[in-house]
Design a protein around this ligand. Sequence first.
Ligand code: NI
Length: 205
Amino acid sequence: MSTASKPRRDRGPGTLYAIIGLVMALLLIGTGGYFWLSGRTPQGLAVGGPFALTDGDGKPVTDKDFRGKYMLIYFGYTFCPDVCPTTLNTVADALDKVGPKADKVRPLFITVDPKRDKPAIVKQFAAAFGTRVIGLTGSAEQIAAVAKAYRVYYAEHRTGTGPDDYTMDHSSVLYLMGPDGRFVAPIRADLAPDAMAAALGRLVL
Ligand code: NI
């Protein structure tokens, strides 16, 4: 996405532009796109927070289980035809390239399709990307709560009349959270492995 800045308007229909700007900002915040326009986010911006989910063995897991490690969080779903597997492949490749710092990072895949993505399914899916990626699921309510905390958009998109005839629309952003659980930075999910490795090398201390 372009990050070209808009020229300042000193006169003209300022109120209208302000309203349009506000609406656009809200839409972008909703999809995580805000970060691409603002670049680095200021410390303390409310992204992320406590979560309670289920791991691939059906055991409860919370954000606190990852304290002391960076969490690299991606939201998606295992039936995703393209973007999710591509992103997780890139994450796995980037961590292979980043060197010893990779051991400080826990890549978490959190499904937005808890109806289909039961623990065994997220486990199997995560395992396709090597030993590092951790697949997490939860109840519909737990997933809704964590997605809200991370400002992730997702919605069922019907493709037919059968119970499994749907895809999930979802925002595609990686969130790097620090060893204290706080938001560090977003990382673009569409980076090439080298660029993602470079970003991780810079951000992981
Ligand atoms: Ni996807």
